[in-house]
Design a protein around this ligand. Structure first.
Ligand code: UTP
Length: 407
């Protein structure tokens, strides 16, 4: 792209200020900036002018498979799941492209050391959990790791240096997700350097498209993987490729299984499983009206009582069918490093603008059927979002200890 073309592209969306320092740049930097302008989709910025317009359809309950039903069928489901794993039909996708800003470490979140008397990195903990299943099935499971431009090198280097914490490197593959521009509250995209537009990872909803664009899907197909277990980097207790969960989702012939926990209060801040206009969906806590919060099912239990924990088992062929669908964009307020009027880099202490993200939970609504699968919260849900307090390093350590993990 030449300067004039870049200028025209930016003018059309009111972002010409991104060329403010163009004349000061070296030839190489100029080329880099023009290439970035060419590659960037500025249309996403429009989403900040339509906030709150995403209206939900008609919400009705979606029954979860609860613990008693799981226990009654555990052996059968586990066998089905193990058979699928041994046949190489199950792959795992670690979503590690996020910025982890709340945790406040400059390193990728998975590199965070939660150990007390010894090193215990988040990545290490997750791999330990996956190894339990590898041992049980006596079969390696492909682990696809999604990173972003911001943390790719550090993540790959760290895992290599630690020899993948004992995992078989032949079964590990990395891919990068895409980036989206970040803007101030008026929708003006920030610069993070004179030659660089401020961007951030475009949310965890783009994982499958990124697998396709980066060629990882070829590995999936060649290996004959039919199910992809997508999971977050920050839940250190989570069970990955859990055979019973895999077996239950296969047995129920669902397009996706979603691990859920029983809410601990009607107003707990988690997205809950439901049907929306008859299709599976997730209603966020801030979208849950009093009426829905207090609704009861036929057994007199709360009708919207199961929150998602970002652990989904997707049937791969169904994802291919929805590949071309556009997911809604979520506008998220964040702290975005930017250049001030004098060209100095500022790292704000409080949120100063918007990032634009698509979310994996919105993929559920595109699919025909979903199995919410209950897990015991204290056994499988220890998310690390913050350093202290709720969903923190501290709370996760307590939960790990409760589960007999030495730290
Ligand atoms: P979070 O919603 O907790 O976001 O991600 P985050 O960026 O990690 O953390 P904060 O909000 O800045 O503190 C949930 C999961 O989705 C992944 C994260 O790595 C985590 O596993 N994720 C998030 C991505 O892979 N890409 C993204 O663009 C965003």
């Amino acid at each position: 792209m030449i300067y004039q073309e870049a200028y025209e592209k930016l003018k059309q969306c009111g972002q010409e200020h991104l060329l403010k320092y163009y004349e000061e740049l070296s030839r190489e930097e100029q080329e880099g900036l023009l290439a970035q302008i060419e590659a960037t989709d500025f249309e996403v910025i429009d989403a900040c002018h339509h906030m709150g317009e995403n209206k939900k359809g008609k919400i009705t309950p979606l029954a979860a498979m609860q613990l008693d039903e799981i226990e009654a069928n555990r052996e059968k489901y586990t066998e089905t799941g193990l058979a699928a794993i041994r046949a190489g039909k199950v792959g795992a996708v670690l979503l590690a492209g996020g910025m982890g800003t709340r945790l406040g470490s400059d390193d990728p979140k998975g590199m965070y050391n939660i150990g007390l008397t010894k090193d215990m990195y988040i990545f290490e903990r997750l791999i330990c959990n996956l190894m339990d299943v590898v041992r049980q099935a006596d079969s390696w499971i492909y682990l696809f790791v999604m990173t972003s431009d911001k943390n790719h090198e550090a993540t790959v280097k760290f895992l290599k240096e630690h020899d993948y914490f004992g995992y078989n490197a032949e079964y590990v593959a990395f891919f990068k997700q895409e980036m989206a521009p970040a803007a101030d509250y008026d929708g003006k995209v920030y610069l993070e350097a004179k030659n660089k537009i401020s961007t951030s990872p475009n949310g965890n909803g783009g994982w499958f498209i990124s697998m396709e664009r980066t060629g990882i899907l070829d590995i999936v197909k060649k290996a004959g993987i039919e199910w992809l277990n997508v999971f977050a980097v920050d839940n250190v207790l989570q069970r990955i490729a859990d055979p019973c969960f895999v077996g239950a989702t296969i047995a129920k012939e669902c397009a996706v299984g979603a691990k859920v926990v029983r809410k601990n209060a009607p107003d707990e801040k988690v997205g809950v499983m439901c049907l929306e206009d008859g299709r599976p969906s997730i209603v966020e806590y801030y979208e849950l009206t009093d009426e829905l919060m207090n609704a009861k099912d036929e057994k007199g239990e709360p009708a919207y009582n199961f929150g998602v924990i970002l652990n989904y088992l997707f049937r791969e062929k169904d994802l291919e069918e929805i590949l071309a669908k556009k997911l809604p964009l979520h506008v998220v307020e964040k702290k975005i490093p930017y250049l001030d009027a004098y060209g100095n880099l500022v790292k704000p202490e409080t949120p100063n603008g918007y990032k634009f993200e698509s979310l994996v939970l919105d993929m559920i609504h595109e699919l025909d059927s979903c199995l919410p699968y209950e897990v015991v919260r204290n056994r499988e849900f220890a998310p690390i979002k913050n350093k202290t307090g709720i969903d923190s390093v501290e709370s996760a350590r307590e939960l790990l200890k409760l589960n007999g993990v030495e730290l």
